[in-house]
Structures are given as C-alpha cells and as structure tokens.
Design a protein. Structure first.
Length: 195
C-alpha cells in the first residue's frame, strides 16, 4: 500500500487512483519534483502495479476492499505521521482523503484533490483542513453540478472545474490530457516547493 512509512522526514503524501503505484504515477512524482520528499500510497499491498486498462484496475480495487479499505489505510497513516503538511489525491485516492480529513481532528495539512468523484457519497462530510478540489468537465455516473453546488457552501473548500475528463492526470487513463497534465504538474511543483 505504501513505502517508507518509517521515514518521518517526508512532509508530502500522494494517494494514487485505482491504478496504484504505476510507472505513470512514478513519472508524475518525478515531473512534480517531489520524489525525495513524498510518501506514496496505493490501495494495493504490492508497491508497484501494472494494469492493462481501467476495468482491470477497478476489479482489483474492489477485490482489495474498495474505497472503505483505502479510507482505513489512509487514516492510520495520517494518524501516525503528524509531520505531513500536504496531501494530494487522485480519483479514489482523493475521495478517500476527503473522507479521512473529515474524520480526523483539525490539522495544518492542506489537501489537493483531483477528480475525487466518490465524494458524492460523503456529502455530509467536511474536511477540517484547507482543500482544493479539481473536478473534470463532467462525470458520467452523477450530476457533477449538484456536487459542486453543495461543496461550494463549505468555507474551507476551493472548488475548480476544468474542461478535461476524469483521469486527465494519469497517463494510463484513456482520458489523459498532456496540456492539463503539464499545467497541473507545474501548479503542484510550485505549491509543494513551499513545503
């Protein structure tokens, strides 16, 4: 699920989507320039994953307990690592972090969450930390406009919606977008260099 959990000097946590710690995820960490200061979290026990497609990744994600198990793992990690200052999550990782940070005591952790669609199941939750959510243009399984409307009522949330599709930051996703990837990698790089 993770690496280097005993290292208490790392202040950034990245939670992967259902593809786990893939080559694309590791490349993202390099492009954001956080490799030496990041704890990598995945929903899977093995450190690195190789899925052929999203369907295969989703089946594995469900087999390993889905979002509920991911929430439990992230809760334990964040309780044990009080030095973490910023968490970044993608899709399922973002939704799990949203729920975790709604259940933990207030902290000085900042959140950046990319297309965390499953937070639609946690609309009664409110993160106790500053949170920037970056949504895609649309989601196929629910009304994104309704979710954004509810989230915009929370003061600690900054909600952004762009013109890309769910998965735009993952080179393994059929919705990957190079322009969006470059833009948000640069944004993360600048934000996380301040950590």
């Amino acid at each position: 699920m993770t690496d280097t959990l005993s290292d208490t000097t790392k202040t950034i946590l990245f939670a992967s989507d259902i593809f786990g710690i893939s080559d694309a995820f590791l490349t993202l960490l390099e492009d954001v320039d956080v490799v030496s200061n990041v704890i990598k979290i995945s929903p899977y026990p093995q450190l690195q994953t190789h899925f052929k497609n999203e369907q295969q990744a989703y089946q594995c994600f469900q087999k390993h307990g889905g979002i509920d198990e991911y929430v439990l793992s992230l809760t334990d990690i964040l309780k044990d690592h009080v030095h973490i200052k910023h968490v970044v999550g993608f899709s399922a990782g973002g939704a799990a972090l949203y729920k975790v940070m709604s259940n933990l005591a207030a902290s000085n952790i900042q959140l950046t969450l990319f297309y965390p669609g499953q937070i639609r199941h946690f609309m009664d939750k409110h993160p106790r930390a500053p949170c920037h959510i970056i949504f895609p243009e649309s989601e196929p399984h629910f009304s994104l406009a309704n979710v954004i409307k509810v989230l915009n009522q929370q003061s600690q949330l900054k909600v952004e919606q762009n013109s890309y599709q769910h998965g735009f930051m993952n080179k393994n996703s059929r919705s990957f977008n190079q322009t969006a990837y470059h833009h948000y990698c640069q944004m993360l790089k600048e934000l996380l260099q301040k950590m």
